[in-house]
Design a protein around this ligand. Structure first.
Ligand SMILES: C[S@@+](CC[C@H](N)C(=O)[O-])C[C@H]1O[C@@H](n2cnc3c(N)ncnc32)[C@H](O)[C@@H]1O
Length: 359
């Protein structure tokens, strides 16, 4: 049984800001294990992790190759030399790291293709990219996909395009990324391109209790994509428990009748693209109305430091902040329990009680 490591992310301050700039959020072992199983199932000779970090995917790949008795050469990239020390501390040696280069994967990609790529890309939103970077990335996306990818795409979107371009024929990619990759204004063009050129084998979503990144305010998804002729259907899987066993079986094509820790939906690609790949299946692919028909919808207050400004009513009372200086707010989608939130003044449900912003 592989040992599972947990990482405590700095919640605020200079260290958190440094993480944001470099996009450094480490994947847990249990997630890396089923991702490695997917890309390595045909025992390829080489694997690329284009955003190495402290090397969780190298360790998972070594475990898989050892238990399935084949030789695997590991190739990696990162732009932060400090990660090499962390990778050594995490159990990798000089031999494991001999093909790791300190080079930018998007701007300066490898010249060869790989049969297996596994990645947790830097999560860097578009407003943190310079105008020059944006221009370059937008031109790269246009040349590669033949489509216009809206400039509000973050670096993780361009990383995905580069990873797909670096995949050998019949090669497999496992990519863990924020769900906003299916939801932003660029998403339609991006997924139309991917699903017309590649085979989407599976999308893994996570229940909030099973999220791989409990300290990060984002929903993660794992995409399993093959450089093969597109198919009409794929598996959409919801992971309910932090356990890779059933997930590994499904990504290896070993479907069961019943599952304990996951839900598996075989879906039509056309339905899923219309509904949104981050969402569960819907019969009603063309909804008659949207939220915007009933209410004005806009992004709320950007506090700049939720740990400071975002608090419970009890905490506000403790600090002596009067109600008149507080605004009810939903900080994270996962704080909404169920399908409804009326947001009425004075409402006392546990959800809204937790969410107030001092202004
Ligand atoms: C989200 S972390 C993931 C690390 C590791 N693979 C994991 O899953 O735990 C992304 C890594 O990509 C690196 N990175 C950032 N920009 C990069 C780029 N343009 N090319 C290659 N690596 C980059 C960061 O330094 C960071 O170590």
């Amino acid at each position: 049984m592989p040992q599972t490591q947990t990482y405590k992310l700095p919640r605020s301050g200079v260290k958190r800001e440094a993480l944001r700039k470099k996009g450094q959020f480490w994947t847990p072992d249990w997630t890396a294990d089923f991702m490695a199983a997917y890309v390595l199932q045909e025992k390829p000779a080489r694997l690329l992790d284009p955003a190495l970090g402290e090397g969780v995917f190298f360790r998972a790949a070594k475990r898989y190759a050892r238990s399935h008795d084949f030789d695997l050469a590991l190739f990696g990239r990162d732009i932060d030399p400090e990660v090499l020390g962390q990778a050594r501390k995490s159990g990798l040696d000089d031999n494991d790291l001999r093909n790791v280069e300190m080079r930018d994967f998007v701007l300066d990609p490898p010249s060869e293709l790989f049969p297996a790529i596994i990645a947790n890309p830097p999560y860097i939103r578009h407003h943190r990219l310079s105008p020059e970077q944006k221009d370059y990335l937008s031109e790269f996306a246009r040349k590669t996909t033949g489509r216009h990818i809206d400039g509000r795409a973050g670096l993780h979107v361009y990383f995905l395009i580069r990873a797909l371009q670096t995949l050998a024929l019949e090669g497999r990619l496992a990519y863990i990324v924020s769900a906003d990759i299916c939801e932003g204004v660029f998403a339609h063009a991006l997924w139309q391109w991917i699903c017309s050129q590649y085979r989407l084998d599976a999308v893994i979503a996570f229940a909030s209790e099973a999220t791989p990144f409990p300290d990060v305010d984002t929903n993660a998804l794992v995409f399993l994509i093959r450089n093969a002729r597109p198919d009409k259907e794929f598996d959409w899987v919801k992971c309910l428990d932090r356990d890779s066993k059933e997930l590994t079986a499904v990504v290896l094509g070993r479907h069961q009748k019943n599952y304990n820790s996951i839900q598996v939906h075989r879906r039509l690609l056309s339905e899923a693209l219309a509904t949104g790949l981050s969402r569960p299946p819907s019969d009603d692919a063309k909804p008659q109305c949207t939220l915007g028909d009933f209410a004005s919808v806009m992004r709320g207050i950007v506090t700049g430091n939720n740990d400071f400004f975002f608090m419970t009513s009890a905490r506000a009372k403790e600090l002596g902040i009067p109600d008149t200086l507080l605004v009810k707010a939903v900080g994270r989608m996962r704080d909404i329990q169920g399908c409804f939130s009326t947001g009425r003044q004075g409402e006392t449900n546990p959800t809204t009680e937790r969410q107030r912003v001092a202004i």
